[in-house]
Design a protein around this ligand. Structure first.
Ligand code: FES
Length: 236
């Protein structure tokens, strides 16, 4: 299924988990976007067990399209959610809680909201790193070394510093405690996917010779450590 055919903004009453009550929504409220519900699995093909995640380690997986990388992080501390956020276009939304037994697991699109730096097999300029003081949140930051944008993963990916003008888009997770399984189900925030496919079309054509870079991921999707996905993780 092609990207333009697939994307659909959730409507009230359409079964999209976590939507605000209708009375709280205004014209500039950004609704979550529902994509394929995919189960996250590990490199051996087994369902991902949250207890196997290493705290503060960068994991990546493709979502919601084959060519669009996302970060999965266990921050080791509860992520409260409900932080007010705003896109560059002025749309407002609330960040979401972390998931899992500790509510410590979060996911974000790994495409920088400034000029779209993102992990590739050759190099990654964007990654999560631990805090270095100087007022950074103690849980660490997502740092884009391309031009030094910093994002706060415990506050919905809000911009802490640098030229980015909106938070990283969040990936909405659904944790099924009974089965200890984790699913990605949608996005929340300012997506960069249209710009991404437009700006990197030439490269993606080479990397995805079957033309499936724009395909929505479905079924089971494997996560892997960023250091395995990318040969060169830049730090700054
Ligand atoms: S692309 Fe990330 S800061 Fe410019």
């Amino acid at each position: 299924m092609r990207r333009r055919d697939f994307v659909k903004a959730c409507a009230i009453g359409a079964g999209c988990a976590g939507l605000a009550p209708a009375s709280l929504l205004t014209d500039d409220t950004l609704r979550p976007r529902h994509y394929e519900r995919v189960r996250l699995i590990d490199s051996s093909g087994e369902p991902l067990r949250l207890g196997d995640l290493e705290r503060n380690r960068n994991y990546v997986f493709p979502y919601p399209y084959r060519a669009t990388p996302a970060f999965l992080l266990d921050l080791g501390t509860a992520v409260a959610g409900e932080r007010p956020l705003r896109t560059e276009a002025g749309e407002v939304y609330q960040s979401r809680h972390g998931v899992g037994p500790q509510r410590s697991v979060v996911a974000f699109s790994a495409i920088c909201a400034h000029k779209l730096a993102h992990p590739t097999p050759a190099v990654s300029y964007i990654h999560f790193r631990e805090a270095r003081g100087r007022g950074e949140p103690s849980t660490g930051v997502i740092s884009c070394c391309a031009e030094n944008s910093l994002y706060d993963p415990v506050a919905g990916g809000r911009v802490l510093d640098g030229p980015a003008r909106q938070p990283l888009a969040g990936i909405i997770l659904d944790y099924v405690a009974a089965d200890d399984e984790l699913f990605a189900v949608g996005t929340l925030g300012g997506e960069m996917f249209d710009r991404f496919f437009s700006e990197f079309e030439a490269r993606l054509t080479l990397e995805y010779p079957n033309g499936d870079a724009h395909e929505a991921v479905t079924g089971d999707v494997a996560i892997e450590p960023l250091t395995r996905f990318s040969n060169n993780v830049m730090s700054c």
